[in-house]
Design a protein around this ligand. Structure first.
Ligand code: BQF
Length: 298
């Protein structure tokens, strides 16, 4: 077996930057045509440090491309009703093109109720059942940022997905489930033969080993090892974990994949950090631009 072919790193940070440049130009053109700048709002409940970081990154990225940003912050013990009222307020505010509710929410808040309250035409995270349904049917819809980002990477790196065995690890509503639907679609990227694996899958390694395209969203640090992966597979790593490390910070960020090992066997691989993560931010901005242009919902 020839093992001298070097892995190609799928650079999400670079690709996200390119997409943000494209969005920036479009926003500038809108403003030149006397339209308002798109306006993205975010609802943040509680003081989870990761969530605070994510919302701050989204706001910063929005402002850099010329999208107006507003953040509505609430204490962790805020009543569900107050969050629902804020959503209604944003639904009815003509100045707001799109908004997100940062997840996860505190336990006393019913996430399904929250997502159901968002006007689908402003649901730039694509979590409302109407957007999930429309995505599933192949109708114009806001596609949630992580799956949309992965599709964009597969497209821009010219990964051949047609007829390939795509194995999705994880069945979450945010990543695994939509990703499996999108990869099986009669579309490009798409047209793959898809297997979904999860915590109850028997002999998961058997499936992982047969994957031409492996999408890892199981939430276990460095779960996927080289001996589980087929030579030449395309490996997309959605995981984000802090593990103890011997450096100044005392930790480092790793994915669901053992990058060091698996990068020796894969044909293409996304790093963590700098792979799928930055793409989620870029795709959120892209959805916000689409929302402002009212192309899906008129
Ligand atoms: C990078 C998220 C789990 C639960 C809720 C860049 C992000 C992450 C990593 C980011 C994520 C993960 C976000 C990198 C948003 C992705 O350089 O690798 C950006 O900001 N993300 C979120 O909003 O909510 C989550 C993961």
């Amino acid at each position: 077996m020839s093992k001298n072919k070097k892995v190609k790193i799928i650079d999400g940070k670079f690709t996200a930057q390119a997409i943000k440049e494209e969005i920036k130009k479009e926003v500038a053109a809108m403003i030149d045509n006397d339209a308002d700048a798109p306006h993205l709002a975010a609802i943040l409940v509680g003081d989870d440090p990761a969530s605070q970081t994510y919302v701050a990154s989204k706001e910063k990225a929005a402002l850099l491309v010329g999208i107006t940003s507003s953040v509505y912050k609430f204490q962790s013990d805020t009543a569900e009703e107050e969050i629902l009222q804020t959503i209604q307020y944003l639904n009815n505010d003509p100045e707001i093109d799109g908004f997100i509710v940062q997840l996860p929410l505190p336990e006393h808040i019913d996430v399904d109720k929250v997502l159901n309250t968002i006007d689908p035409s402003k649901d730039v995270d694509g979590f409302h059942p109407v957007n999930v349904g429309r995505m599933t049917l192949g109708l114009p819809a806001f596609i949630s940022a992580t799956p949309a980002g992965i599709l964009e990477l597969l497209e821009r790196y010219k990964i051949d997905t047609v007829g390939k065995h795509c194995v999705v690890l994880g069945r979450s509503n945010i990543v695994g489930s939509p990703m499996s639907i999108l990869m099986a679609k009669k579309a490009n990227p798409g047209n793959s033969t898809v297997t979904i694996c999860h915590s109850r899958t028997e002999d998961i390694e058997k499936y992982i080993r047969s994957a031409d395209i492996l999408i890892c969203a199981i939430g276990q640090p460095q779960f996927v090892k080289a001996d589980m992966v087929k030579e030449g597979a395309v490996v997309i790593d959605v995981g984000i974990h802090r593990i103890p490390a011997d450096n100044e910070k005392g930790y480092r960020i790793v994915g669901d994949v053992d990058f060091e090992e698996v990068s020796k066997k894969a044909s293409h691989i996304t790093p963590v950090p700098g792979g799928v993560g930055p793409m989620t931010i870029a795709m959120l901005l892209k959805n916000t631009l689409l929302a402002a242009k009212k192309e899906y919902y008129k």
